[in-house]
Design a protein around this ligand. Structure first.
Ligand SMILES: Nc1ncnc2c1ncn2[C@@H]1O[C@H](COP(=O)(O)OP(=O)(O)OP(=O)(O)O)[C@@H](O)[C@H]1O
Ligand SMILES: [Mg+2]
Length: 229
């Protein structure tokens, strides 16, 4: 039996909307094998970001359960969920969410700081990761001084630094040109190979999706198709 690092059971999410409830996700059942790669595709508004946020423990479902790295998130307090995230999860947000008052290098260091693991060589590690994503000349820049694609690559370095067991990436190549996009793809799959990091990637890029071991197609808050390579 393969070990599943992520399981969702009948996961649903609604948002209040003008006095009633607007259902966004409808009973999503999902199993992701540890060390595998999974791409989620589907039209804008189909619920991809919402699903990713629930799976990563950033948000709570209206009903259903997420089991992440062997922990049932539903039974955990906010602090306990944060701890699971710090220990096991990397997240690249669709809108980056870098901290504006920190430099690129300081942003990359945040996950280690949260874990209390900011050792003496942490800055070197962060620097190396920024070099890897092609930003060796931008380490002291603040997010406002970086282009969208550069911010995206800082966000990627930040997600990598803690060597998470599972990495969620929401359109990680969405703001990149062909060359940077190919580099980011290569880094993601290299991370998967080298560290067995499970990847869950939301993307509109069919080429990127086709590299994943499993592709889920979402439509109107449901998974309508699952393809395994
Ligand atoms: N906090 C919220 N309150 C109300 N509605 C929301 C909220 N967050 C998301 N939605 C709605 O849920 C639906 C799904 O949004 P989501 O961001 O998950 O889509 P998506 O598939 O990631 O789209 P995109 O490809 O454009 O990023 C959208 O119709 C959106 O308007
Ligand atoms: Mg989205």
């Amino acid at each position: 039996m393969p070990e599943h690092i992520l399981i969702t059971e009948k996961l649903s999410k609604s948002f209040p909307s003008g006095g009633s409830e607007l259902a966004i996700l409808h009973g999503i059942d999902l199993k992701v094998v540890q060390g595998s790669t999974c791409a989620i595709v589907g039209p804008s508004g189909s619920g991809k970001t919402t699903l990713l946020g629930l799976c990563a423990g950033l948000d709570s479902p209206t009903s259903g359960e997420v089991i992440l790295a062997g922990r049932k998130l539903g039974g955990l307090s906010e602090d306990e969920r944060a701890q699971v995230r710090n220990e096991s999860v990397g997240f690249v947000f669709q809108n980056f969410q870098l901290i504006p008052t920190l430099t690129a290098l300081e942003n990359v260091l945040v996950p280690l700081e949260l874990r209390g693991e900011k050792t003496s060589n942490a800055a070197d590690l962060a620097h190396d990761l920024l070099v890897d994503v092609g930003l060796g000349e931008r380490v002291t820049h603040f997010p406002s001084q970086l282009s969208g694609g550069e911010q995206q690559r800082v966000a990627l370095a930040r997600a990598f630094i803690g060597e998470p067991a599972i990495l969620f990436a929401d359109e990680p190549t969405g703001n990149l040109d062909g060359e940077s996009s190919a580099m980011v793809e290569e880094m993601l799959f290299e991370l998967n190979k080298a560290k067995e990091t499970t990847l869950v990637i939301v993307t509109h890029d069919r080429e990127l999706a086709d590299k994943a071991g499993m592709v889920l197609v979402m439509r109107d808050g449901r998974i309508v198709e699952t393809t395994s390579a």
